[in-house]
Design a protein around this ligand. Structure first.
Ligand code: HAM
Length: 420
């Protein structure tokens, strides 16, 4: 009988690599935690309508990539393909926007699901850390989020990423641009499918990766030239604030995002070492989303960074994270009585905050020392019959190879000193 494998487009996170994922999640969330963002967790699935309306009926995410299903009770649900619609839904449901302080600032971390064609960096189950600031229209808020993502990547040691920045306008100016773009697209030599897309969502055509299409788009009208004065001024202020914080970005007037809710500021973090799946994170302003899902007007902005791709970007840049060893002390008992005594010592060390592990099972000294080595522990403690009689353990420094007896009663303080 063959054994089971992880489903297509998914992979397991296992030690020691999983430690890097934890560290990346931690590094991305750290700047948010010290900037007033509170942690939110929402269900892994939602009513399918939330995403259809929120993300957009005609987006690839909703039409092709959603894991939608009907429950035995007849509810139509979908595994969440992204976090923004869920977080806003939860904030509205809990009336967070009525509690006083706006913006409501939230951060999250979790699994997302998209039925995409799997390749390196593109999975059907992936992990994001995200942030949403709900209920304020202020260029400083857009800038804050971009600065925090930039800080997060830099704190990890990433350097070869770029920030692409654009404005998608608002409900005043975008329709005018949309009509102009549509007019332009109708005059091109495009296939049926693309022409249909041009009627439903012309901006998406700008994102077509095919060379033959891109060639024809060289003279396409740009949203930049259609922005209303309010959008223009807003965008200028975001740009100025970013520059003043020393955050470098590139204006990308052709940046289109794969979700329909964006207005004004949109941005993407791309890493040049990743090939075709180069977006390590993205986000923007979504001033109309709340109303689209039945809430009041709540202008908002946010982003989500892909944890999987951030880890790949670290690999591509050859950045190794300095992770503390999972185990500082490894204890090896020789004999039954030594096992009881040393197990109690390990418990004592752990309760005092020292990462300690123990040689389980009936291994000889050689096998146990091999385990100690693999654990990465800085120190080993070995206790045999004779040590017990003398009330000591043999403490070995695995780095220097130095070894000597330490009184059992002094083990905790000795290790506290030597690990400090
Ligand atoms: P998104 O651009 O669809 O935006 O996803 C954000 C990031 O998630 C991407 O840049 C990428 O790193 C990662 N990601 C997306 N799909 C996959 C995949 N199939 N495999 C691996 N990684 C993936 C959003 O999800 C918006 N909710 C962001 C946002 C928050 N906008 C406003 N607030």
């Amino acid at each position: 009988m063959s054994t089971f494998q992880a489903p297509k487009g998914t992979y397991d996170l296992i030690p020691p690599d999983s430690a890097r994922f934890l560290a990346v999640r931690e590094a991305i969330s750290a700047p948010l935690k010290r900037s007033g963002y509170g942690y939110i967790e929402t269900p892994g699935f939602e009513n399918v309508e939330l995403f259809a309306r929120g993300v957009g009926e005609s987006t690839d995410i909703v039409t092709k990539e959603m894991y939608a299903f009907e429950t035995k009770g007849g509810d139509r649900l979908a595994l969440r393909p992204e976090g923004t619609a869920s977080v806003l839904r939860a904030a509205l449901e809990a009336n967070l926007h009525k509690a006083g302080n706006l913006p409501v600032k939230l951060w999250y971390s979790g699994s997302y699901y998209r039925y995409e064609r799997p390749q390196k960096g593109r999975y059907r189950h992936f992990s994001q850390v995200g942030a949403e600031a709900i209920g304020a229209e202020d260029p400083a808020l857009d800038a804050e989020l971009i600065v925090l993502a930039d800080d997060a990547y830099r704190s990890l040691g990433l350097r070869e990423f770029r920030i692409l920045l654009n404005s998608l306008g608002d409900k005043e100016c975008r329709p005018v641009y949309r009509a102009a773009l549509q007019e332009f697209l109708r005059g091109l030599d495009l296939d049926e499918d693309t022409l249909r897309r041009a009627e439903i969502n012309p901006l998406r055509v700008l994102d077509d990766k095919r060379e033959a299409v891109q060639k024809q788009l060289a003279d396409a009208p740009l949203l930049r030239d259609y922005l209303c004065d309010a959008c223009k001024a807003y965008h200028e202020e975001v740009r100025a604030l970013l520059t003043a914080q020393g955050v470098a970005y590139e204006d990308d007037p052709r940046l289109v995002r794969g979700l329909d809710y964006y207005t004004r500021t949109t941005f993407e973090f791309v890493h040049d070492g990743l090939g075709s799946q180069s977006a390590v994170g993205g986000g923007g302003r979504y001033d109309g989303l709340s109303e689209m899902i039945g809430g009041p007007a709540l202008p908002s902005v946010g982003w989500a960074l892909g944890v999987d791709r951030t880890v790949l970007a670290l690999e591509a840049e050859g950045v190794t994270l300095e992770l503390p060893a999972a185990t500082s002390v490894f204890a090896v008992p020789l004999g039954e009585e030594a096992r009881r005594v040393l197990f109690a010592k390990v418990t004592e060390l752990r309760r005092a905050g020292i990462a300690a592990d123990f040689s389980f099972g009936s291994k000889g000294l050689k096998g146990a020392m091999k385990n100690a080595n693999r654990s990465g522990a800085r120190f080993t403690l070995v206790v045999g019959e004779r040590d017990l009689a003398e009330g000591v353990a043999q403490l070995k420094d695995m780095e220097s190879g130095e070894q000597g007896p330490v009184r059992l009663d002094d083990i905790l303080t000795t290790l506290q000193e030597r690990l400090a």
